[in-house]
Design a protein around this ligand. Structure first.
Ligand SMILES: [Zn+2]
Length: 427
């Protein structure tokens, strides 16, 4: 998703689905299998081809929660036991391919290819690995399927680069028991290692001033990983300014000035994979406003803009918790939503009915529905019209939220959703 107020972007979370207990150790080793693939698409086409597979020590996830907690996410990866056909592992996510499919060239049939990675716990036996894509009614359809044999000699078992520098900022326990975040440096030269450490720590400290992070800090491990870029900054094509940087981040994604995304996913995953992680955050060394956030994929924001804290919070809401944008930008609506179809994200709804609202348990008693968007209603939890890029027919829980146009804290629905994600990853 894109950056706020220009910060666009979207995420999906959904109702807690039925969760089958999976005996993790029966099916998986404590190791991460990274499956790299190329995703080629236009508006009505998805083609996926395997690139490489890489094995690394330790699985970051909570072994008690192998299956996606909600339906939120435009794509799904699934790992199925071949003998029993039992679903062993699933995750839902959003990536840039979904947004490309809404762009004009894609609608005209021009294909474009993006490199992506799926991280799964390493299976003990051969499994079927599937990638599925949702249609406009949210129904999932398989677009790729392959048997993966963990003994395949093509699976690389290389040691991580010894040149990358790792440092801990928050440490509370084993990766299985905690939310594991990793900050990756983008556009920092060798001599700027100290600046990256200071910048990362500043935003980590800021994150834990916000709820629900402040109350749940002991659930987190946070590391930084530094690989030096040849130059400072990131690409800024609008001014024909290009920088040689490690993950090749660039402004102007899809012609949207402040939309900064990563164009070298493989290197990003190599760097982040130095330690086990649940979510990767790219910190780009520039004072320009910009960022992006893709649910269960990555968060990116810039270091030195006067609004960097707000950008970080907003994009992390997308990337980590799959939150939707709560602001209005009609031109983006059609890419993400269909009138009459309830969004998957936990913080917006098309229902004007307290019985069906995702945050029904949070509604202020006797709150009027819809809830008039006037300052005297600041503090109420209700149904405020205007969210998911559109002025009408879509509702948010509070008057202000960092996922919307104003106010820094997360609203009630967003806080609740983030709490659920933290609970999912930790124990
Ligand atoms: Zn919100």
């Amino acid at each position: 998703m894109k950056p706020i107020v220009v910060l666009i972007f979207v995420m999906l979370l959904a109702p807690l689905a039925s969760i089958q207990a999976i005996e993790f150790a029966d099916h998986f080793e404590d190791a991460t299998l990274r499956i790299d693939y190329f995703h080629t698409a236009h508006a009505t086409c998805d083609e996926i081809a395997l690139d490489e597979m890489t094995l690394s020590d330790t699985w970051a996830g909570n072994p008690e929660n192998s299956l996606a907690p909600t339906e939120n996410g435009r794509y799904a990866i699934k790992v199925v036991d071949i003998a029993s056909n039992k679903l062993l592992y699933s995750r839902h996510y959003l990536d840039i391919v979904f947004e490309y499919k809404g762009e004009t060239p894609a609608k005209e049939g021009q294909k474009r290819t993006y490199h992506q990675s799926a991280l799964i716990p390493c299976p003990r036996q051969p499994v079927r690995f599937t990638i599925e894509c949702r249609d406009t009614n949210h129904t999932l359809h398989p677009v790729f399927s392959r048997i993966i044999d963990p003994n395949d000699r093509a699976i690389k078992r290389e040691a991580a680069s010894r040149a990358d520098r790792v440092f801990a900022m928050v440490k509370n326990g084993h990766p299985h028991d905690c939310v594991d975040l990793v900050f990756v440096a983008e556009g920092y030269r060798t001599e700027e290692f100290g600046k990256f450490k200071t910048d990362s720590q500043r935003f980590v400290d800021y994150l834990f001033t916000l709820e629900p992070f402040a109350s749940m800090k002991d659930r987190f491990n946070i590391h930084g990983v530094f690989r030096a870029s040849a130059q400072s900054g990131v690409d800024y094509p609008a001014e024909r300014r290009y920088r040689n940087t490690v993950v090749d981040a660039s402004y102007d994604t899809f012609g949207s000035g402040a939309y900064v995304t990563v164009f070298d996913n493989k290197t990003l995953r190599d760097i982040a994979g130095k330690i086990p992680y649940d979510h990767v955050i790219v910190l780009a060394n520039t004072d320009k406003y910009g960022g992006s956030g893709f649910y269960n994929s990555y968060t990116l924001f810039t270091s030195d803009n006067e609004r960097s804290e707000e950008i970080f919070t907003h994009e992390f809401g997308h990337g980590f918790a799959g939150l939707a944008d709560e602001y209005i930008a009609e031109s983006y609506f059609d890419v993400y939503y269909t009138r009459g179809v309830e969004p998957l994200e936990p913080n917006i709804t098309a229902y004007l009915n307290s019985k069906y609202v995702k945050w029904a348990h949070l509604l202020t008693p006797n709150v009027p529905l819809p809830t008039p968007a006037v300052e005297e209603n600041d503090g109420l939890v209700g149904l405020f019209e205007g969210a998911g890029y559109t002025k009408t027919g879509m509702y948010r829980s509070c008057l202000h939220c960092v996922m919307g146009a104003g106010g820094l804290p997360f609203c009630a629905a967003c806080q609740d959703a983030i709490e659920n994600v933290i609970e999912f990853y930790s124990r």
